[in-house]
Design a protein around this ligand. Structure first.
Ligand code: NCD
Length: 355
């Protein structure tokens, strides 16, 4: 795999994705063979938003490969609080590390970072936008636990608007044959328009339902998510949405015996604790697969990363993105990158339509 970033899973071909999943499988079987795969390499975790699994699984992944780790997990402890911008921070860290894993609350921030980094960047979540390595985790879990990535009826439940794991997962699963999507949410928290457009582009079958009981019997996979409290404008708006979809043992009585229940975690109240004892619940296993998937990813990304150079990027439009959560709003020096899609102007950082 040649040197590059992972901002969106689309950055990798399906063959490359398959290679990573296969490698993850081999690491699970023969961990000792990989204990020195990244000797002498340094991974930096730059996390401006809370994280348990993503950050620690990346860190343990690198340590298990023989590499070392550095990082920021609290902006208050870094020069960001002195007013340093993202560009300078990433330029500096890119000079210290061999690979950067980055999480921020700003949509498009990992893409912005990749313009300036001297080493490859992995997007570990950019606001409510994307989370490609969670999808890598999900795909690895499904490959080994369900045995296929196609012909799946997958229900996604909860916060489909702000849930970045949902966006990345749908963008990936549309590429496999005959996958059907059932979106289970309130109308307020349904998928963003650009995700719906992608489903149409791939000609996928999908439906919207507002009742988990109705949806459950037909599902092969149920992907539960928490309501993303931190992304709401007001606490009141969040209160209205929380606690609506709760998976419990009663609802599972109507589900298939081979259903796979996934959740990127953390769980708040959307899955009751008793469900954890149901063999169909594989979300804790999923988190472990995440570490192996990330080991495989780091290895692949470091394979040819010597001589990595950021691509020089120039503004291609006078238009300014109006999404208040877009990185270009808070980091105004960034080149404006706009693409035309179906007669609309779309911001390349956050995927929102401009104007
Ligand atoms: C998810 C995230 O950060 O988007 N967590 C994770 O990485 N496993 C899901 C969430 O926070 O709800």
């Amino acid at each position: 795999m040649k040197a590059r970033n992972l901002i969106d899973l689309d950055d990798f071909s399906m063959e490359e994705l398959d290679e990573i999943v296969t490698l993850a499988g081999d690491i699970i079987k023969n961990p000792k063979n990989y204990a020195h795969a990244c000797d002498g390499k340094i991974l930096a975790t730059v996390f401006y938003e809370p994280s348990t699994r993503t950050q620690m699984s990346f860190q343990t992944a690198m340590l298990r490969l023989g590499g070392s780790i550095i990082g920021i997990d609290n902006p208050a402890g870094s020069s960001i609080t002195k007013g340093e911008n993202l560009k300078d921070t990433i330029k500096i860290i890119g000079g210290y590390a061999d690979i950067i894993v980055m999480r921020t609350a700003l949509e498009g921030a990992a893409k912005a970072g990749s313009i300036y980094s001297k080493c490859p960047i992995i997007n570990a979540g950019d606001g409510g936008h994307l989370h490609p390595t969670q999808t890598l985790t999900d795909v690895t879990t499904l490959s080994f636990e369900l045995g296929r990535l196609d012909n799946i009826t997958i229900g996604l439940c909860g916060d489909l608007k702000y849930g970045r794991t949902v966006h990345s997962l749908v963008k990936c699963m549309v590429k496999y044959k005959n996958n059907k999507f059932v979106f289970i949410s309130t109308p307020e928290l349904t998928i963003p328009d650009y995700i719906r457009e992608i489903l149409d582009e791939y000609g996928c079958e999908y439906s919207f339902v507002d009742n988990l009981n109705d949806a459950i019997p037909e599902l092969d996979v149920l992907y539960m998510t928490r309501i993303q409290r931190e992304r709401f404008e007001t606490q009141e708006a969040y209160e209205k949405q929380k606690g609506i979809f709760v998976l419990d043992t009663e609802k599972l009585k109507n589900a298939r015996s081979d259903l796979k229940i996934l959740h990127p975690l953390p769980r708040v109240d959307e899955i009751t604790d008793e469900v954890d004892y149901d063999p169909r619940a594989i979300y804790f296993k999923q988190a472990v697969y995440g570490m192996y998937a990330r080991m495989a990813l780091i290895m692949k990304m470091l394979e040819n990363s010597e001589g990595y150079e950021p691509t020089r990027v120039y503004s291609n439009s006078e238009l300014k993105c109006k999404n208040p959560k877009c990185v270009t709003v808070l980091e105004p020096y960034l080149p404006t990158l706009v693409i035309e899609k179906d007669g609309k102007h779309v911001c390349e950082y956050c995927d929102k339509t401009i104007g």
